[in-house]
Design a protein around this ligand. Structure first.
Ligand code: NAP
Length: 256
């Protein structure tokens, strides 16, 4: 979906954009006409995403940040505003898994997952909304998951991803009058390093793992990062201004 020229200079921030869904989303938003801040834990790891965007004629900036660290989030968003322009689109994509059954899960694994997803989205949204409300236009897109509906071994992650949905709906209610929408994309099984790591942890070859998931998915395949990038692109678009507080499952079926 290409954007009208009015959005050509708008700036989008994508967290966790060094690889996977975040990298595909950053590239897609650049193709849509946004200048894109590529945020990830390690700034040097963002180089490939930045290079891919620049190769296609886009503008991008690599910024290292831990989204769960308030001071680093403040300075990262300030740097984006100074070097690219005020961030008017925010994609809260950074994520981790620390899977285990409840009785074996330790507090560190609970805190880490809740911290990156929920605290991270809270801190990033709080910093970015100042620019959006000032401009009277903004888009916040949060990555939820089909795991929000419950998934064995993911009590921390499913709580975080369900939390992202409530967070999104409240942002929509609070920010609508400032021209800022907030929506969530809830992916099913997407081929990335995150799902490859899950297969490895379960001791299943990744190709076999993917084939099994495809076989139980109504659209009989696994998802690709570009499937998610397309949905994010819609929510970020000018024409989606009356769509807010929604959760879009992109899972090849009602819940993957
Ligand atoms: P991924 O390949 O593991 O990429 C996640 C990226 O986030 C990594 O580059 C990671 O950096 C970065 N990151 C982790 N913690 C961070 C932090 N504190 N601050 C900044 N960046 C951080 O994951 P993905 O599969 O693309 O997933 C992207 C999002 O989609 C996540 O929110 C995930 O929960 C969600 N999702 C994925 C799937 C799926 O099937 N893949 C399904 C549903 C939802 P490091 O490499 O340095 O750790």
């Amino acid at each position: 979906m290409s954007e009208p020229t009015a959005t050509a200079q708008r700036v989008a921030v994508v967290t966790g954009a060094a690889r996977g869904i975040g990298a595909a989303t950053a590239r897609r938003l650049a193709r849509d006409g946004f200048a894109v801040a590529v945020l990830d834990l390690d700034e040097t790891a963002c180089a490939d995403t930045v290079a891919a965007i620049e190769k296609e004629g886009g503008r991008a900036l690599a910024v290292g940040v831990d989204v769960a660290d308030a001071a680093r989030v403040e300075s990262a968003v300030a740097r984006v505003a100074a070097e690219l322009g005020p961030p008017l689109v925010l994609v809260n994509n950074a994520g981790i898994t620390r899977d285990n059954l409840l009785f074996k899960m330790d507090e560190a694994d609970w805190d880490a997952v809740i911290g990156v997803h929920l605290r991270g989205a809270f801190l990033m949204s709080k910093a970015a909304q100042a620019h959006m409300t000032k401009a009277g236009w903004g888009r916040i897109i949060n990555l939820s998951s089909v795991s929000a509906l419950g998934n064995r071994g993911q009590v921390n992650y499913s709580a975080a991803k369900a939390g992202m949905q409530g967070f999104t709906k409240t942002l929509a209610i609070e920010l609508g009058k400032f021209g800022v929408t907030a929506n969530a994309v809830a992916p099913g099984f997407i081929v990335t390093e995150m799902t490859a790591a899950t297969a490895e942890r379960l001791g299943v070859p990744f190709e076999e793992f993917k084939a099994k998931r495809a076989a139980v998915t109504p659209v009989p395949r696994v998802g690709e990062p570009d499937d998610i990038a397309h949905a994010v692109s819609f929510f970020a678009s000018e024409g989606a201004g009356f769509v807010t507080g929604q959760v879009l499952y992109v899972a090849g079926g009602p819940r993957g």
